[in-house]
Design a protein around this ligand. Structure first.
Ligand SMILES: *[C@@H]1O[C@H](CO)[C@@H](O)[C@H](O)[C@H]1NC(C)=O
Length: 457
């Protein structure tokens, strides 16, 4: 019998490992093998499955495990139902959560503090703070042992639902009643205050945290730093960064991006470059999304030299630029009026194998038009395999602007034939232009085609 108990424990460990890496079929296979050897799954085994199915497959799949439990003569317990309720909360299915709660009560299973926590979280997620508060009051009135998680969920939910003052009030109230805030509590409040753009209070909270027995962590610092940058208090943000660094916290790539972006925005390119070098020398690997964000920042600020330097670094680091990288550069150069540079980059992009980067090509077309090179834009358009409504709209609009209504009309007919949408104002501009320049027949023909297209659509 003892041997059997031990085997079930072993079985459960195996099941948990497989579930953790989402190999649910393997987990099921082990149960079958185990049963063949006389190892009987217990409630823990099934609960592990319920949790995994609700997380990785579906709520229905998770729920069907309950039937299997009953067939095996095992009663679901509070953990089973908590997993199910958490699953339906993840999918924001309030009525399902409530039904499951009800079902649990009917089965004579007493909810524990986690059941209530999950329910509370569910209400908050659905923007129903009043209901969440009612659950909270229930917990306080019941003789369930309270858990710090309950308070954190409550404070977090209030913050997320923009009841930051209530969150603060609750926090102070709890403190008066002996609640010792955890680091996560402070982080929740600081984040809430930052989101509400109450920077001064956020920094006060940070100070309070510093004076407690707790130490702010990287999340805390990054939150406040980002908040400072967002409210354009760059120097304060950089102060926080130094403080964070002096305490030996390493930055993640996200924090670095925030800092570099702030430096670029305030025109401190030298410092931004130095910061980037630090990233490299610290061996922090930025991913392409981070690089693209930075690149975008450099381009928007017109710092193309720095942008190209960054591009070099990306490629030297062995990352492959994606179509967004190229689009950012081409768009940036076009917006800065450097058509030669943009066209140069377009060639480079094609050389790198991105022939059909529609967004980049559209940027180029728009750039060429704006710079008065409408014929070059038309040539580029003709060389493109696919076009979308942006391509057409941009060209038609610009052809109208320079009074080439017949050309615009031909293009629009192609667009209609292609089944692409075009703005009604643009259509009207072409028709009006044709009329005013005496091409009445052409105008009628176009109007006719527009109508046909509308009917066919
Ligand atoms: C245009 O951009 C290129 C980079 O592609 C640069 O080498 C060139 O100096 C820029 N030209 C002007 C006029 O800014």
């Amino acid at each position: 019998m003892m041997f059997r108990g031990l085997s079930t424990k072993l079985l459960n460990i195996c099941i948990a490992s497989f579930c953790k890496v989402r190999l649910l079929e393997k987990a099921e296979a082990i149960i079958i093998d185990g049963e063949r050897l006389g190892v009987i799954p217990d409630v823990v085994t099934y609960n592990t499955l319920v949790s995994a199915y609700s997380r990785y497959v579906s709520l229905d799949a998770a729920y069907s495990v309950i039937h299997r439990m009953k067939e095996a003569g095992i009663s679901p317990d509070v953990i089973t139902y908590n997993s199910l309720i958490a699953g339906s909360t993840r999918d924001c299915l309030l009525s399902q959560s409530l039904d499951l709660f009800e079902e649990m009560l009917q089965a004579g299973i007493h909810p524990d503090v986690w059941s209530y926590n999950i329910l509370m979280n569910c209400f908050f997620k659905l923007g129903k703070p009043d209901e969440a508060n009612r659950v909270f009051q229930d917990i306080l009135l019941s003789n369930l042992a309270s858990h710090p998680a309950t308070f954190n969920i409550m404070i977090n939910g209030l913050c997320k639902n923009e009841y930051i003052d209530n969150a603060l009030m609750l926090f102070r109230n709890l403190q008066r009643h002996g609640f010792v805030p955890q680091l996560v509590t402070y982080n929740i409040l600081i984040n809430g205050l930052c989101k509400a753009r109450r920077l001064r209070q956020a920094r006060t909270m940070l100070r309070e945290l510093g004076e407690s027995d707790l130490e702010p962590n990287a999340i805390t610092y990054t939150t406040v730093m980002k908040c400072c940058f967002r409210s354009k208090q760059y120097d304060k943000g950089l102060d926080i960064m130094s403080e964070m660094k002096s305490k030996g916290y390493t930055f993640d790539s996200f924090a670095y991006c925030t800092v570099v972006a702030a430096l670029v925005k305030t025109g401190r390119i030298e410092e931004a470059n130095a910061c980037m070098e630090q990233v490299m020398s610290n061996g922090i690997e930025l991913d392409l999304a981070a690089y693209n964000t930075l690149l975008n920042m450099y381009c928007r600020e017109g710092k193309f030299e720095a942008a190209y330097k960054l591009l070099d670094e990306i490629e030297k680091g062995g990352l492959l630029c994606d179509k967004y990288t190229h689009t950012i550069i081409i768009d940036g150069l076009c917006k800065a009026g450097n058509i030669t540079g943009a066209q140069h980059h377009l060639h480079y992009m094609k050389m790198m194998g991105f022939h059909e980067n529609l967004v980049a090509l559209n940027c180029m077309i728009d750039g060429l038009c704006k710079a008065g090179h409408i014929d070059r834009a038309m040539e580029l358009y003709k060389s493109m395999e696919t076009k979308d409504s942006v391509t057409y709209t941009s060209l038609v609009h610009n052809l109208c602007r320079v009074g080439r209504f017949r050309c615009a009309s031909k293009l629009m007919m192609k667009c209609l034939k292609d089944g692409k949408k075009i703005l009604r104002a643009t259509k009207r501009a072409v028709v009006a232009g044709l009329h005013s320049s005496g091409y009445t027949d052409e105008a009628k023909k176009l109007q006719w085609k527009i109508q046909v297209a509308r009917i066919l659509r």
